[in-house]
Design a protein around this ligand. Structure first.
Ligand SMILES: C[S@@+](CC[C@H](N)C(=O)[O-])C[C@H]1O[C@@H](n2cnc3c(N)ncnc32)[C@H](O)[C@@H]1O
Length: 263
């Protein structure tokens, strides 16, 4: 895991521990992100603040009494999705799990890690790339908690890694491609996502709309993996107007799949 850089979005204010036991973790993240440490939440405005509460890192926006947004890996949720989808579900078929049951997947729009965790539960080796230092911090914190949990450790340990980087540059620097590169960029309209509406709103506030997603797709295709999988809202046009080899449609989302021979 690489250290997060000290550059932080303008919208980011400070790190605040909610109580005495949270202080050590708050100090750590304050130093790591180069962000001021504050001891009291005075966050009346619609500005994000990083809070340590319940031994986890959360983003709060606006009034302190509202629940924060954080990354978390739930086996119960993942198993429910797996039961519902089965091996012939949309995501396993999009990734091509039948052919490559332990595919290495570069999830280059990691976000809060929900798709990546599901892929790890399906048996994939997942490498996350997330460019927002704040989102990457939430994810790294969840990964640490997940590794300390006896239920999720077997899924995560040795199978899941994380880089805080812009994936366009990161992909340019890679030498040998994985089986799959997975993209789930932010979309302008309300997006059918692995994340809740509130999580998406907070992510949008932190990272914007990923207007450079076409360049990310181009960088992924240039790596020549066996497939590039792009998650899209069902009715959205293909990313950059680039027709995929085929697509798989669900009720609210669609996976556009670009096979090696098309790249
Ligand atoms: C819609 S969210 C992804 C949600 C994710 N699939 C999940 O399950 O939590 C998109 C994320 O991709 C990140 N992102 C977009 N473009 C990126 C890039 N070029 N490099 C790295 N991360 C990027 C954004 O910062 C944002 O956190």
């Amino acid at each position: 895991m690489t250290a997060l850089p000290v550059t932080i979005p303008e919208s980011f204010i400070a790190v605040c521990p909610m109580d005495e036991p949270s202080r050590e973790k708050a100090r750590y993240w304050s130093a790591r992100l180069g962000a001021p440490l504050v001891m009291q939440l005075q966050n009346e405005k619609q500005t994000p603040i990083l809070v340590v509460a319940n031994n986890r890192l959360e983003i709060h926006v606006g009034h302190s009494k509202q629940k924060g947004v954080f990354a978390e890996f739930s086996l119960t949720k993942a198993h429910a999705i797996q039961r519902q989808e089965g091996k012939n579900g949309l995501l396993p078929r999009a990734i091509g799990l039948r052919k490559h049951p332990h595919a290495t997947v570069w999830d280059v729009t990691a976000g809060l890690g929900q798709d990546g965790f599901l892929l790890a539960c399906y048996g994939c080796r997942v490498h996350w790339v997330e460019r927002s230092p704040i989102v990457a911090a939430l994810l790294e914190d969840a990964l640490e908690r997940g590794l300390a949990d006896s239920d999720t450790r077997p899924i995560l340990q040795g199978n899941v890694t994380l880089d805080n980087a812009d994936a366009i540059d990161w992909l340019h620097a890679q030498r040998s491609p994985p089986e799959v590169i997975f993209l789930d960029p932010m979309f302008a309209k309300a997006n059918a996502s692995a994340l809740s509406k509130k999580e998406m709103q907070v992510l949008r506030l932190l990272v914007g709309l990923d207007d450079d997603a076409p360049a990310l797709l181009a960088a992924a295709l240039r790596c020549h993996p066996q497939r590039v999988v792009v998650k899209r809202p069902l009715k959205a046009p293909p990313l950059d107007g680039r027709a995929p080899s085929f697509n798989l449609q669900g009720t609210t989302i669609r996976y556009d799949i670009y096979l090696a021979e098309m790249m």
